[in-house]
Design a protein around this ligand. Structure first.
Ligand code: NDP
Length: 251
């Protein structure tokens, strides 16, 4: 029986690298993304199926699931990878931005999980791999919304792993450190409020205190993909897969 993985946010970065690696390892990959039009990279693989899925839109998640189940009789792994960051002074953010951050990184991830869980329950096995971050364990200033969302992913995943353990459904966490993708370029920058108070001196001292972390090499999306593959194929009870500059060791 072929191994099947469903990936969210597979249009770029870690999601795309993971889709390619699993395809090279002869898995059947369902690479989901908001817009499949410009995916020439993944279209090269016969064993990658592209599907539209916006994690903030329940109807699109349900439709993607139905299309998968029309063609495949099981799913081995769900990789909840889609996410983005909002950065800037908290005081300058709006509740709309707080909601937007959680809408994708937390509520979206939960919706996809809830909608796919019955598949795992009916087949009596499955693995959910959620993308958290080093930022789900430790924090940096000016990223309060993002950290809050990734801490939420950590808490959610840990509780769910206990809840599902009797069902033979496992939950694991991928915790990348800083990774070279378009992530930072795509993050939403809140530029208002620079005149609220002078935080530059504070930031310089803060960065100095974390300089070992900040100066350590960044990972590539392929490095992260390899850990996702390890998580998917490793039968040990290990739950967290830390990648690259392990900030925890610098604290
Ligand atoms: P990218 O920006 O390259 O990838 C993010 C992906 O998420 C894109 O495919 C994007 O799709 C998708 N996405 C965003 N919103 C939605 C949505 N509503 N529905 C479906 N897909 C969506 O960055 P990375 O590959 O680096 O990020 C992947 C994950 O890794 C994120 O969860 C991020 O938080 C996490 N991470 C990244 C780190 C880094 O340093 N890069 C470090 C730690 C964790 P679209 O093309 O449509 O925008």
């Amino acid at each position: 029986m072929e191994n099947i993985i469903v990936i969210t946010g597979a249009s770029s970065g870690i999601g795309q690298a993971t889709a390619k690696l699993f395809a090279q390892k002869s898995w059947q990959v369902i690479a989901t993304m908001r817009n499949t039009e410009h995916q020439s990279e993944l279209k090269k693989y016969d064993n990658i199926k592209l599907l539209t899925l916006d994690v903030t839109n329940n109807a699109s998640i349900v439709k993607a699931k139905e299309r998968i189940l029309e063609q495949y009789d099981h799913i081995d792994v769900l990789f909840n990878n889609a996410g983005f960051a909002i950065n800037g002074l908290f005081e300058s953010t709006t509740n709309l931005q707080v909601h937007a951050q959680f809408e994708t990184n937390v509520f979206g991830l939960m919706s996809v999980t809830r909608i796919f869980l019955p598949v795992f329950r009916s087949q009596h096995n499955g693995l959910i791999i959620n993308t958290s971050s080093m930022g789900g364990r430790i924090t940096f200033p000016l990223l309060s919304l993002y950290h809050a969302s990734k801490f939420a992913v950590e808490g959610f995943s840990e509780s769910l792993s206990f809840e599902l353990s009797s069902q033979n459904i496992r939950v694991k966490l991928i915790e990348p450190g800083s990774t070279i993708t378009d992530f930072s370029g795509r993050s939403m920058e809140i530029v208002d409020g620079n005149d609220l108070y002078d935080y530059r001196d504070f930031m310089m001292r803060y960065r100095q205190s974390r300089k070992n972390y900040l100066n350590s090499p960044r990972s590539s999306a392929e490095d992260v993909a390899k850990q996702v593959f390890l998580a998917a194929t490793d039968n040990s009870p290990k739950m967290r897969y830390v990648i690259g500059n392990d900030a925890i060791s610098y604290i």
